[in-house]
Design a protein around this ligand. Structure first.
Ligand code: HSE
Length: 423
């Protein structure tokens, strides 16, 4: 059996997990590991510190290294480092969702020119195999829809807000204490992380380039305990959903936002930090992939899996895994959120007077919005009332217009929240 030399860039949680898993594969030799701080104590038995370097170019420029594993993350300076690796004809295995979502197109082009490949199973949903299945065994399909929970941190926070009735702030603090959320949680809670993963997954599912800047994105920071409670009473649970749809006219609808998900829906059952992806295609029908979306070991499973598939092919060919070569030439026509159709949950604070609900109903009707459920429970101390409306399928632009008009009225004090609904 041939042996292969690899270099690892990044030696945090995932890098350490990859290093440990690779100890069971003697035909893979780790030649160098690039880190920020070579003097930092590593929690690995009998670790040879001579492997460490603080210069990643020692890896990407080394004639001795066949494959680069990149688990450092971020766009700068990683983009330049990986460009150099590709130009030096190294294959890459990466977990870097942000880099692929923002610069994937350029990197895949450079890879193609150099006759090398980039594998990235770990970039989307950690340990769940989804990239390789879509690119290989599902390639006979026309995929029309993907809907997923792609961020474990936000799913953990929403689960705790639902099950333990915690406030957003307390649930976030717990997620930080457990190491799910970072000190600055923006990337997770504002939906950026899920949007990067959705951009990658949509590109390979719809075979068109997706522009990350055109993905509509809302995070979970505006979800209140009251929304969770009302959703529960109406038979829903709130989840951060990454949604990608190929419309009948060929346009693509891709977005990340919180949704009320009907309790009977499979995605409503996905709790804590677990990820899940539902995919619908022809001829396969509906598929669900569920598992750990992060963590050292699950993510190492995907990184090392990519690596082993790659070396198995390299034993017999210099053109490994032809499906991994990126051939997307067409750019997706991504629709604006205003042109999407959804069912809605609207939480409204109105003043307590006769006809307030009638006014809301009339205005919604004028904007082509059909109400399916309306709920008001008593009157608040300040003589206002919270009115919850669930609508039938309506156009987002019509809903936004109705809400703007509602706010012009003296009797409407506030639109507390607008969320989309998945049944
Ligand atoms: N921070 C991510 C999550 C994992 O919470 O799911 C890495 O993308």
């Amino acid at each position: 059996m041939k042996s292969f030399n690899v270099g690892i860039i990044g030696f945090g949680t995932v890098g350490t997990g990859v290093f440990k898993v690779l100890q069971s594969f003697p035909d893979i030799k780790i030649k160098k590991i690039a880190v920020k701080n070579v003097n930092k104590k590593r929690n690995i038995e009998n670790f040879d510190t001579n492997l460490l370097t603080d210069n990643p170019y020692e890896i990407v420029n080394s004639p001795d290294i066949d494959i680069v594993i990149e688990v450092a993350g971020g766009v700068n300076p990683t983009f330049d480092i990986l460009k150099a690796a590709l130009n030096n004809k190294k294959h890459i295995v990466t977990a870097n969702k942000e880099l692929l979502a923002k610069k994937g197109s350029e990197l895949f082009q450079i890879a193609k020119q150099n006759n090398v490949i980039i594998l990235y199973e770990a970039a989307v949903a950690g340990g769940i195999p989804i990239i390789m299945p879509v690119k290989t065994i599902l390639c006979a399909n026309k995929i029309n829809r993907i809907a997923g929970i792609l961020n474990g941190t936000t799913n953990y926070i929403l689960t705790k807000m639902t099950e333990k009735e915690l406030s957003y702030e307390t649930a976030l603090k717990q997620a930080q204490d457990l190491g799910y959320a970072e000190t600055d949680p923006t990337g997770d809670v504002e939906g950026f992380d899920a949007a990067y993963k959705l951009a990658i997954l949509s590109t390979i599912s719809f075979n068109k380039k997706i522009d990350i800047n055109k993905i509509y994105r809302e995070g979970i920071t505006k979800i209140k305990a009251n929304d969770i409670k009302s959703a529960k009473e109406l038979g829903y649970t709130i989840k951060l959903i990454a949604l990608g749809q190929r419309l009948e006219n060929g346009k693509i609808d891709v977005r990340v936002h919180p949704m009320l998900v009907a309790k009977k829906h499979l995605l409503a059952q996905v709790k804590n930090a677990t990820n899940s992806i539902m995919l619908s295609g022809y001829p396969v029908g509906d598929l669900v992939f569920t598992g750990a979306g992060a963590g050292a070991e699950p993510t190492a499973s995907s990184v090392v899996g990519d690596l082993l598939v790659l070396v198995a092919d390299l034993e017999t060919t210099s053109n490994p895994i032809p499906q991994a070569v990126c051939n997307h030439t067409e750019t997706a026509e991504q629709i604006d959120i205003g042109d999407t159709f959804n069912e809605y949950y609207v939480s409204i604070t109105a003043s307590n007077h006769p006809g307030a609900i009638g006014f809301i109903g009339t205005l919604f009707g004028k904007n082509n919005i059909n109400i399916s459920t309306i709920m008001q429970k008593g009157i608040n101390e300040d003589n206002t009332a919270e009115i919850i409306v669930i609508t039938e399928r309506a156009k987002e632009a019509d809903v936004q217009n109705a809400l703007k008009e509602l706010l012009k009225s003296e009797s409407i004090k506030n639109i507390d929240n607008l969320l989309r609904v998945m049944n």
